[in-house]
Design a protein around this ligand. Structure first.
Ligand code: PLP
Length: 397
């Protein structure tokens, strides 16, 4: 074999989500897209705010084209990084500088670069299940082992007792994701405080720093006044992996950043390692145009009231039909317990009603499904009778 078999395997094997998404397209061609109730994929359904398109137009019309489309510094344009830093400091009371920021092509790249910057052979990265399945791919690619720890039943907050037990001398970092894909749970300030306490204690016990990585592409997607605590204010050995994919509804433009805490022990060296990892992976100079757009639009969001309306409609309907859901305070996913142990069997039954749901086994949490409600509200209205029929089939209502 002349090629890397691990990579070939990854390329050949589609994720469960992609499988269902492809099925939805095929089924749509057979019975009409409007008749397929596809809740498989986390593609924002709300358009980017007008200010994004206006900024793009203005930049294209008013900026020197060579500058606009040229390379920026490898870590991102200095003014763009200053805009990120100013916004973060104003919003979260932090004292970051532009030199704590590295612009990336979205949260995926932020994660891969951050892991590469810190992982040594034999390292482990702990995360809480349910988790974004790509974490395993990213961690293993940089030579680390991903160690999932189940979240607390019911609340799906991080189980810090289980975390404490899972940490050992190989633990390099703990990776959290709040608001969470797939559970929609926002980690409370109390939970983050507990995680920080465990990491401080365990870092001392093993004589080396254990980092906290926060994957935050859904940070602004929270409802009913919920707030996402800024981890920099809780734990100094922190790295934030951010993306504008969901907050500004720009997943295809591939723009985000890494923020290395200014208070981290050896923060300057970690930042250098991030720059080095970006270089080694070929992730230098994130798209210039969208760096400039992000600098002007940072802090704005797409109209998230639409997601809230979808969430309320779905949560209310499913509860009425007797389904049990995890309380979804953020992101645009609803995590529902399946009335039978095998979520894949449940999803097959749902398909009879053209309802396409994702079994959560690949998120490390069997017995649940993920419902991505970033869809048109009419789709939810059309889906409710299908959910009701499904509930009746299980004798839930
Ligand atoms: N992390 C989580 C939890 C996600 O849900 C996603 C995308 O859906 C990503 C990272 C990747 O985000 P991006 O598109 O910005 O690379």
């Amino acid at each position: 074999m002349l090629i890397n078999e691990t990579m070939m395997g990854l390329g050949k094997q589609r994720s469960v989500i992609r499988e269902i998404f492809e099925y939805a397209k095929k089924r749509g061609a057979e019975i009409g897209a409007e008749n397929v109730l596809d809740f498989s994929i986390g593609n924002p359904s709300v358009p980017a705010p007008d200010s994004v398109n206006e900024t793009v137009k203005r930049l294209v019309n008013e900026t020197d084209s060579v500058l606009l489309h040229g390379y920026t510094s490898a870590q991102g344009d200095a003014k763009v990084r200053k805009a990120m830093s100013d916004y973060t400091n104003k919003t979260y009371g932090t004292h970051t500088t532009p030199d704590n920021f590295y612009m990336t092509v979205g949260a995926a790249a932020s994660l891969v670069i951050s892991m590469k910057a810190m992982v040594l052979p034999g390292d482990e990265i702990i995360t809480f299940a349910p988790f974004f399945p790509e974490y395993r791919v990213f961690a293993e690619n940089c030579g680390a082992k991903l160690v999932p720890v189940m979240s607390l039943p019911g609340s799906f907050q991080a189980d810090t007792d289980a975390l404490e037990k899972a940490i050992n001398e190989h633990t390099k970092a703990v990776l959290i994701n709040s608001p969470n894909n797939p559970s929609g749970v926002v980690l409370s300030s109390e939970t983050i405080t507990k995680i920080a306490d465990v990491l401080t204690r365990k870092s001392k016990e093993y004589g080396h720093v254990i980092y906290l990585i926060a994957d935050e592409p859904y940070r602004e997607l929270v409802y009913d006044g919920e707030e996402v605590p800024c981890i920099l204010n809780y734990y100094k050995e922190s790295i934030v992996c951010y993306s504008f994919s969901k907050s500004l509804s720009l997943p295809g433009e591939r723009i985000g950043y890494i923020l290395v805490s200014p208070d981290m022990t050896d923060s300057t060296d970690m930042y250098a390692a991030v720059c080095g990892a970006g270089r080694a992976l070929g992730y230098v100079c994130a798209p210039s145009l969208f760096q400039f757009v992000a600098a002007e639009c940072v802090g704005q969001t797409a109209d998230i009231s639409i997601y809230k309306r979808n969430r309320d409609l779905l949560v209310g309907g499913l509860a009425k039909f007797g389904f049990e859901c995890v309380r979804p305070d953020g992101a645009f996913y609803l995590f529902m317990k399946t009335p039978e142990a095998d979520a894949s069997v449940f999803c097959e039954k749902a398909k009879k009603y053209e309802l396409l749901l994702v079994p959560a086994d690949s998120f490390g949490c069997p017995g649940y499904v993920r419902i991505a409600y970033c869809v048109q509200t009419e789709q939810i209205e059309r889906a409710l009778p299908a959910f009701e029929s499904l509930a009746k089939e299980y004798g839930l209502c």
